[in-house]
Design a protein around this ligand. Structure first.
Ligand SMILES: Nc1nc2c(c(=O)[nH]1)N[C@H]1C(S)=C(S)[C@@H](COP(=O)(O)O)O[C@H]1N2
Ligand SMILES: [Mo]
Length: 223
């Protein structure tokens, strides 16, 4: 009889502790909820990859950028070099689309990306006639470049939203380039500066031998 009482007490104790600890860790992020925003995992008939399942192999790990002091610098061959605050970028017309990110190493994921068209941003600064290349610089020292025509013809966007939540720090807050049909190394995260140029440019991985065209399905390396 005493034994049964002891076992019952232990079981009750176990459950009360596990319930209690569930309350204590309430401030921890639940999967799919970021800053009180709930993630979408299905959109326009397509299954999206939950953010928790997306990888982060960035060269210097996650960058944490302050929303208030953040400025996106747009310069180079433009009529008016400008700096945009986070709010100013979000005030521009917004677009959403489902796009796959394919890393050159063979893994990938599908996201619903929301942001501003590069074309709308460039409208503000005025692109000079001789511009051929657009260079993206990131807070971690990363950089990459794409052709101006590719960015304009494909309505390429700078995303501040992913799966209907604000782009989390590990995914590139405040901005990631959605370089659709290009390998992941063209998808710059934590963008702080965009330079418009008239010459070819090789970014961090391109300088190390990766193909500057970076077409998904195409060759990973050059030479
Ligand atoms: N700033 C920055 N952007 C970056 C990278 C990086 O290291 N730094 N890695 C690129 C690579 S190789 C890929 S595949 C995509 C997605 O990688 P992730 O999982 O590291 O986000 O981000 C790209 N953008
Ligand atoms: Mo990658």
């Amino acid at each position: 009889m005493k034994r049964i009482l002891l076992i019952t007490t232990l079981i009750l104790l176990f459950f009360s502790i596990s319930t209690f600890s569930g309350c204590v860790s309430e401030d921890q992020q639940e999967p799919g909820v970021y800053d009180n925003e709930s993630e979408t995992t299905f959109y326009a008939g397509q299954e999206l990859t939950p953010i928790a399942e997306q990888r982060n192999n960035a060269i210097q790990g996650t960058q944490y950028i302050d929303r208030e002091s953040y400025r996106l610098q747009v310069d180079g061959l433009v009529e008016n070099p400008m700096e945009f605050s986070y709010e100013e970028i979000k005030a521009l017309p917004r677009t959403s689309k489902v796009v796959d990110l394919d890393c050159v190493e063979g893994w990938g994921f599908t996201g619903k990306w929301t942001g501003v068209k590069i074309a709308d941003l460039f409208e503000e600064v005025g692109v000079m006639e001789n511009v051929s290349t657009v260079i993206f610089y990131s807070a971690d020292g990363y950089s990459t470049a794409l052709e101006l025509d590719y960015l304009l013809e494909n309505d390429i966007i700078l995303a501040y939203g992913l799966n209907d939540v604000t782009l989390p720090p590990e995914r590139g807050f405040p901005l990631q380039l959605v370089a659709e049909s290009k390998y992941g190394y063209k998808w710059a995260k934590w963008i702080v500066r965009i330079e418009l140029s008239d010459s070819e440019y090789r970014g961090y991985w391109e300088e190390r031998g990766y193909n500057n065209r970076a077409d998904v399905g195409g060759p990973a390396f050059e030479r």
